[in-house]
Design a binder for this molecule. Structure first.
Ligand SMILES: [Zn+2]
Length: 393
């Protein structure tokens, strides 16, 4: 079994990073020594915590994520999680990874992945705001064409920006931010929500890799793990076993890791999760999967590199997990229902796919417009059969 000391040592040794420093300190030192540009801000925030020592992670944020996820695990799984090291790495791939060696167990996530998650969270926000704006226009007696045109432009603008940046994001030799313009379009009042969505997506990516460890995918000796038994029992009545049936072993492992990660992020292993917990798992999983699919072109199964399942199978698993954790629960008067949020995210995924198809084959795929998106959402909402809201009277 892994020990934290070995895991930490192995991580720093493999990535040739100084073991006494946070990722951000290291990032700052590296960039400064190579370019002469100092990144220490005048207010002196994240680059100045010289006293912070990497213990379970080289990043304070990831330490916080890992500790939160560990609390959601069943008690006899916690020791394994507490001996893993979760590291942020300076790498141009859009990727997270789980691996183990002898007495070390590692989870790592690239800085590039986090940048890309930021871009898609900001894009989701623009989609959400343009749809909300349209709904407001539609409730008025006289429609305002100028407002609709502005909302349509708002829906399209982030996808054009993603198209401009994607070559740099996809270049594995480059660590590229490129989210500044996307973030500048977000209403300041919505920035905390967008940032929260990025954190949820990072947490899902870490939970997915943690799940590979818990399920024994990184260590053949743990094949009959308790996590596998619990997961298989939980999804028995869903369509997930059928989704996995035609898949190869590596693809099945990805589906298992997604499903378990959802249960962990939603805090569904230790009892019935609250709606906000389910929203968190749903936002994080959908955003992490959509961003990776859009930039890695993983919409349909890849014949050449079939290690990962196609995006739509993975999204279907997220839908099944949402249904599983909310089954029979009525809509909340204030919080709505996770299945309504799922419909919004599925429509956003459709928009990402449309942007991808239109870009590659504009002759055959026209760009969908705001009204198409709104009518698709209405269709999905009509199909939802939610038990009525509880009557307090
Ligand atoms: Zn995986």
């Amino acid at each position: 079994m892994a020990t934290l000391k070995h895991s930490r040592g192995k991580f720093f040794h493999t990535h040739k990073m100084p073991p006494d420093r946070s990722f951000w300190r290291y990032f700052h030192d590296t960039v400064e020594s190579q370019t002469g540009i100092s990144l220490v801000s005048k207010s002196g925030n994240r680059f100045t915590f010289a006293d912070w020592k990497p213990e379970r992670s080289n990043c304070e944020q990831l330490t916080f994520v890992l500790e939160g996820l560990t609390l959601n695990l069943l008690d006899d799984w916690k020791a394994l999680a507490r001996n893993l090291f979760v590291g942020r790495i300076l790498d141009g791939e859009i990727n997270a990874k789980a691996w183990s060696e002898k007495q070390a167990g590692i989870v790592e996530i690239t800085l590039q992945y986090t940048h890309v998650l930021g871009a898609y969270a900001a894009t989701y926000n623009e989609y959400y705001q343009s749809i909300r704006g349209l709904m407001e226009v539609l409730t008025k007696v006289e429609s305002d064409d100028d407002v609709v045109a502005a909302l349509t432009a708002r829906l399209e603008r982030p996808w054009k920006e993603i198209r401009n940046q994607q070559d740099q994001w996809k270049d594995p030799k480059l660590i590229y931010g490129g989210c500044a313009s996307l973030f500048s379009w977000v209403d300041p009042s919505r920035l905390p929500l967008v940032e929260e969505m990025v954190l949820s997506a990072e947490a899902f990516a870490v939970a997915h890799e943690l799940s590979h460890h818990l399920l024994g995918h990184t260590n053949t000796k743990r094949e009959k793990s308790s996590a596998r038994r619990v997961l298989h029992e939980a999804v028995r009545a869903t369509s997930i076993p059928q989704i996995m049936l035609p898949m190869n072993p590596s693809q099945r492992q990805e589906i298992e890791a997604d499903a378990l990660a959802f249960l962990i992020c939603a805090n569904a292993l230790r009892g019935t999760p609250t709606f906000p917990e389910i929203y968190n798992a749903l936002a994080g999983s959908a955003l992490a999967l959509i961003a990776a699919a859009h930039l890695n072109d993983d919409w349909i199964p890849d014949e050449i590199a079939p290690s990962h399942p196609a995006f739509f199978d993975r999204m279907q698993v997220i839908a099944e997990m949402t249904t599983l954790t909310t089954a029979g629960r009525p809509e909340d008067n204030e919080l709505g229902h996770p299945l309504g949020f799922l419909a919004q995210l599925q429509t956003f995924a459709g928009l990402a796919l449309n942007a991808f198809l239109h870009q590659n084959d504009p002759e055959n795929y026209r760009r969908v417009n705001l009204l198409d998106v709104a009518s698709h959402l209405t269709e999905l909402a009509d199909k939802l059969e939610l038990p009525g809201a509880e009557d307090d009277a």
